[in-house]
Design a protein around this ligand. Sequence first.
Ligand SMILES: [Zn+2]
Length: 380
Amino acid sequence: MAAAGLRPLYIGSEVYRRAAFGKNHPLNIVRHSAVLDLVRMLGWLGDNAFRASEAASIPQLLEFHDRDYIEAIRGAEAAGTVRPNIRERFNIGTLENPLFEGLFERASMTVGGSILAARLACEGRTVFHPSGGTHHGRPDRASGFCYFNDPVYAILTFLGEGRQRVLYIDLDAHHGDGVEDAFVDDRRVMTVSIHETDRWPYSGSAKEQRPRAHNLPVPKGVNDSELEYLMAHAVLPLAAGFAPEALVVCCGADCLAGDPLSGMMFSNVALWQAVDKLLALDRPSVILGGGGYNPWTVTRYWDGLWGRINGEEIPEHLPHEAIDFMRAMDCDLIDAEDVDEAWLCTIADPPNPGTVRDAVKSVAQLSTPGTLSPTKENGR
Ligand SMILES: [Zn+2]
């Protein structure tokens, strides 16, 4: 719940209604506009709760990204093409990170949204920015469908506003590599990433633990009981030891059962509970989106998350208008016969409890505060 009794805020932009990424890309699905439309349909978004973001300025972008890279994106967009040397150097104009009309505005908007989110959170609020979560972006290149790295800016904004310690929790199915690397030498930031093992970008293994960069790789099929275990035995103890003054949480929806790009099997209910526990730390908090390639499970997760943050009761069945809305969605990566009827008519998943496997227990152990030798500190 919001600290100091202030209402949570939702940050969005109409920019996300425009087509992006192009055909045959996993992100060529409705996501941000669908999440916003459905929360409105459910009556969960009063006018006072919504803030439209503004695109980050060039000086703001330069706080993390290289000028050459920013100029390369703008130049390619203006030219409508990416020269081979630019493609090679900045990893844009590829199948993974395609050039499309409106790319620069969209990517800058996401950064601007995260800056605004952290500023508003400093008032003592929870701020939801589901279009954020581009956690793979690098200072000098695009990576993993991410051009800029908005979570980095949420963290930088908290630090700039005087917060001494910022905790970043990444629940996306993929390792939060760009954010981890951005702050690995900064004592003011702790990063914790739960992600699927042996999955792109193949970093963040169990061996990669540093005093303030914790990696919790989990096996395929990871279930709700295992998430609860990791929260209780790794994430919350780490948070307690670090005593953060602000939180940034990346809620990539690709860790849900039904996502075509991961083998993780969390229910949205388990993820809502995990976020509830983080918000119970009662710190200024920015809740971001992230990956998620099944438009139905993404929408249900993030809408329900916003509902939960606001103390709304999650309905057992969606109203007719919302069911029609869900039925109208489409996804090239999911065959029509694989669309679960429950994705169309409900918000909450059935829980997916199970055995807590040794692989999960040992990963939690690795990150336990106190098991890390202070000699592993790198001195900065
Ligand atoms: Zn992901």
